[in-house]
Design a protein around this ligand. Structure first.
Ligand code: SF4
Length: 365
């Protein structure tokens, strides 16, 4: 056996000894594998565990998930971000009920055809839940194989990704895809980490080309970083007769179907205070005035960095008659006047949820 061919046995031995005890590893149930794989995309594993356990309690199977209102699914997802993942899970559960009799399909192409499932997730489910010889190449696997096999092109671009797929496929030990895929991902998360890989204690170091060549720091080759766009946004919490105004976003576009406080981008030359008053008129036809500034919240997304200027608003013209006026909505599908303690029952984007957490300590509520 050459040193290169030694890589997989060394990896599998390490995985057998060191794998973490994660809740979905106690089962090969396709539903549990699917939910865990979708949650783990773009999210740290320690955060995934608590969300996963709660999600499985709320929606223990495909039928329960399919039958749940979308609001309940989004609420269970609140804080994980990338809400299209939750919407696609929900849509796929409905499709499995309608087209597969409620039974998770077992072939790669049928899994791949479900909403929100790409090559990686289809490979993970096909191998882990159904024991099929499919590869599952995520960011961990791209990085590990770029180092072990010294791939000198950016692995997140099509040519580099194709090379990693080819190598992953060639290395796959027949009949052991489940362990192999899980081991590669776990190894990338725990040992061959993006920063500070643990090369001195690495169980596969003898089979690693980048280590032999002394170029670990140069692998994987990175794509050119995308520019992060700064966005200045103003939002307003309108208080009237002890209730707060919230609205549900439209069913398409960013944060579709989540709840929010109205607001929007601050125009060039505009103050945040002026922006929030303007946005309220445009989105609800309410004329408001700023009572006080509540917070400035910063939140990073993949391609944006949002600075959210948050204000407490009241209706202009001294309307303190206890009436809850009806808005003319232009940027939302529904609105509500809710008591502050009811805000926890609705799913909000991360920036607004941070604001709500801060509001809990406010004296005026
Ligand atoms: S030696 Fe270092 S770079 Fe190579 S596989 Fe091990 S941890 Fe990764």
């Amino acid at each position: 056996m050459t040193e290169q061919n030694a890589f997989v046995p060394l990896l599998l031995d390490w995985f057998a000894a060191k794998k973490r005890d994660l809740p979905w590893r106690n089962t090969y149930d396709p539903y549990a594998v699917w939910v865990s794989e979708i949650m783990a995309q773009q999210t740290q594993m320690d955060r995934v565990v608590s969300y996963f356990n709660r999600f499985m309690e709320l929606f223990p199977g495909i039928a329960e998930l399919a039958a749940a209102p979308e609001d309940a699914v989004l609420k269970a997802w609140e804080g994980l971000g990338y809400y299209s993942r939750a919407r696609n899970l929900h849509a796929a559960a409905k499709r499995i009920m309608a087209e597969h009799g409620g039974v998770f399909p077992g072939s790669f192409p049928t899994i791949r055809a479900l909403p929100g499932i790409g090559d990686y997730t289809a490979g993970a489910i096909a191998s882990i839940a159904f024991g099929r010889d499919a590869v599952a190449v995520d960011a961990n696997v791209l990085r590990v194989l770029a180092r072990v096999r010294d791939i000198d092109v950016p692995v997140k671009e099509p040519a580099g990704k194709a090379r990693v797929m080819e190598i992953a496929q060639a290395l796959l030990p027949t009949g052991r895809a489940r362990e192999y895929n899980e081991a590669l991902m776990e190894f990338g998360a725990l040992v061959c980490r993006p920063k500070n890989p643990d090369c001195p204690c690495c169980p596969v170091a003898t089979a690693c080309q980048a280590r032999h060549l002394g170029i670990v720091a140069d692998r994987p080759v990175l794509s050119k970083a995308k520019d992060i766009i700064p966005l200045e946004v103003a939002t307003g919490v309108l208080l009237q007769a002890g209730r707060l105004f919230i609205q549900k976003r439209l069913p398409k576009g960013a944060w579709a179907n989540l709840w929010e406080f109205p607001g929007g981008r601050i125009e060039p030359g505009e103050t945040p205070q002026a922006a929030v008053v303007r946005e309220f008129i445009e989105e609800t036809a309410f004329t408001t005035e700023v009572a006080t500034k509540l917070a400035v919240i910063r939140h990073g997304y993949t391609t944006f960095r949002v600075t959210l200027h948050c204000f407490l608003l009241r209706l202009a013209g001294g309307r303190n008659d206890g009436e809850l006026p009806v808005p003319a909505l232009t940027a939302a599908q529904q609105s509500l006047w809710v008591r502050p303690e009811e805000l926890g029952g609705y799913a909000f984007p991360a920036g607004h949820r941070k604001l709500i957490d801060q509001l809990a300590d406010s004296l005026w509520l």
